[in-house]
Design a protein around this ligand. Sequence first.
Ligand code: AHR
Length: 346
Amino acid sequence: MKTRAVIAAVLLLLVTLSVSCRSSVVEESITENSTEEELITVGFSQLGAESDWRSTNTESMLSALSKENGYNLIYKNGQQKQSNQITAIRMFIQQEVDYIVLAPATETGWDTVLNEAKEAGIPVILVDRRVDTTDKTLYSCWVGSDFELEGQKMATWIHDYTTMIGVAPEDIHIVNIQGSIGSTAQIGRSKGLSEAVKEYGWDLLDEVSGDFTETKGREVMADLLQKYDNINIVYCENDNEAIGAIDALEAAGKVVGPDINNGEIMVVSFDGINIKALEYAKIGKISCIAECNPLHGPRVQALIEAIEAGETPDKFNYVSETLFSSVSGITSIEVEGKTYTITPVE
Ligand code: AHR
């Protein structure tokens, strides 16, 4: 008798609990539906916050995919870890978002999770970097920079400039402070340099990752100065690394500038968004910057709007970019038959 009474009490408690749980879920979804009804829900997985470029890119995405523009944006910072990004994508799938926007940290390792998104019927838009999947239908489209072209443009600028000032190719001793290994930006920029090294016969002393950060750029440059005493060009794969590298060079008593015939060490870099880097470009501490444009928010917005309108956007959408330099003598360069004008830094 006593046991039956206990069982009845437990059952009553369970029923009460389940009713109250269900009613709170319903209440939540009613609230969501009434306020978010017209909004497009986007899950955005950003890879991290390693550089000024990245912060500007995040701001651009947040302001384009805003409530005022008709979006309910769920933003997740991956803190430089692909595993965090994969977790975020799985969460977006569970939340049944309308679109997933992914700025991937590295190119490989996305097949499984992107398949899950595809099975859930959620279109994936890639922004900035790319993924290396055999099945290209795992994402709808991509928008970003042509990183290999950026590298080719920089290498051509170095070639044209050093030729102009009469430095023989074998006297060009370069170190490459690479970006995060395996990212599209690193792969493309390193390729642009290594092809020029082969073509012109420059001396590429070393390639070490600076992870796109100022701290690592400083650290890596200090180590390289311990190893080599003949470096005359430092190829930094972003501006933050260049700022760190310049600090290390100056701390070691080196003069940074384009006059390598007279012992200066020339620094070149990528991005053109960091104020300090642009100041450095103005005074010749950074001799040339290949632009990498971070303002992808409105571009992603346009891609979503095109899909919403039933269109199929181009698979790969490239952004056009310039080079910034205040070093006199080179006003334009040519890569694969196309001319690119150098933008002076004001
Ligand atoms: O993928 C773009 C690169 O990533 C930018 O050049 C760099 O600054 C950033 O961290």
